[in-house]
Design a protein around this ligand. Structure first.
Ligand SMILES: Nc1nc2c(c(=O)[nH]1)N[C@H]1C(S)=C(S)[C@@H](COP(=O)(O)O)O[C@H]1N2
Ligand SMILES: [Mo]
Length: 323
């Protein structure tokens, strides 16, 4: 199985998903303009206890704050595009399929199993899981291996906070993530385009890095289904396929997990998948990318522009071999 080669300049746009709303302690609303200007923002804290269902795309909070140390000041990709131009093979192969097909995914109730090499394994409801951590907003670049990119204002909590809570054992070296496997709800799983469920993984130190986020919201709204509701991983220095959607299980392991894309085509999609303009995909260059909403291609940066924060994780590794 293969991903699409760099797409032509014909993106698409339309709509979000729904979910429960009693979920955010502090969340932020970004307009492209505010984020792009890095405008002075101050955080509004939501009153706890509200239980109402959120309408699709409903604002869960509004906030203003200065850009944080992990935020890019680049223009945020318009919500309409970030929620209609998606990769999510469980709902189809076309970019417009997830927005069309993912609306019926039931994201509540939703249970996440955290197990493997941990002292405190737990099976936890998504709303309880979220309540353990204050939500943070992070404006990250996202670079798909296909050669396009976006700027996404996520809401979520650092994976490190969760890992500290469940206490990896001394044997834990990797973290494996498993997405929902339910062909009744995920029509794309009726086709064997990939080995289902979708599985991804990180080395433990990558998982503990402060940039690594578990996202539950996008642009101040509950995460739309097509963007991975109710819980998805976000690893901004790696190609987008590492950032697995609809996570139901997080397993600490001693051995490197067998991940979906690396199994499907090991010469094209490595386990590490760090954004690297100097290592071409076998079928196309990775030197440039097209930011969705722009016409001209721009240079792709090593580690997607996060080299200062993450390059030390790979010291001494041959990143052409461990791609
Ligand atoms: N479960 C699951 N997660 C997934 C995918 C997928 O097909 N299934 N696609 C990946 C790819 S290739 C990309 S580029 C990003 C896209 O995220 P976005 O649609 O929120 O921009 O999701 C990643 N996570
Ligand atoms: Mo991707």
């Amino acid at each position: 199985m293969t991903q699409t080669p760099p797409e032509q300049d014909t993106p698409t746009p339309p709509a979000p998903g729904a979910s429960r709303r009693d979920f955010v302690k502090n969340a932020a609303l970004f307009t492209g303009t505010v984020a792009a200007l890095g405008g002075g923002l101050e955080l509004l804290t939501r009153r706890p206890g509200a239980q109402a269902e959120a309408a699709p795309g409903e604002l869960i909070a509004q906030a203003r704050r200065p850009l944080g140390p992990y935020d890019t000041s680049e223009a945020v990709t318009p919500y309409a595009q970030a929620t209609t131009y998606n990769n999510y093979y469980e709902f189809g192969l076309d970019k417009a399929d997830p927005a069309r097909n993912a609306g019926s995914l039931r994201t509540r109730p939703w249970t996440v199993l955290i197990d493997g090499e941990v002292r405190k394994p737990v099976r936890v409801d998504i709303d309880t899981l979220q309540s353990w951590f204050p939500l943070e907003d992070r404006i990250y670049r996202m670079r798909c291996v296909e050669g396009w990119s976006m700027v996404m204002p996520w809401l979520g909590f650092p994976l490190a906070a969760l890992l500290r809570r469940i206490e990896p054992t001394g044997k834990a070296k990797y973290v494996q993530f498993t997405a929902l496997n339910d062909p009744k709800q995920m029509p794309g799983q009726r086709d064997a385009v990939l080995d289902w469920p979708y599985v991804e993984g990180l080395r433990l130190d990558e998982a503990m890095h402060p940039l690594t986020l578990m996202a539950v919201g996008l642009q101040g709204r509950i995460l739309p289904n097509q963007n991975g509701a109710p819980l998805r991983l976000v690893v901004p220095w790696k190609y987008g396929f590492k950032s697995i959607k609809a996570v139901v299980r997080i397993t600490l392991t001693e051995k490197q997990p067998k991940t979906t894309w690396a199994l499907a085509s090991p010469t094209e999609y490595g386990f590490y998948a760090n954004v690297n303009p100097s290592v071409p995909h076998p079928r196309w260059s990775q030197a440039t990318e097209r930011r969705i909403g722009e016409l001209r291609r721009r240079p792709t940066l090593p580690f997607n522009g996060y080299a200062d924060q993450v390059a030390h994780l790979y010291k001494g590794m041959d990143l052409r071999r461990f791609f």
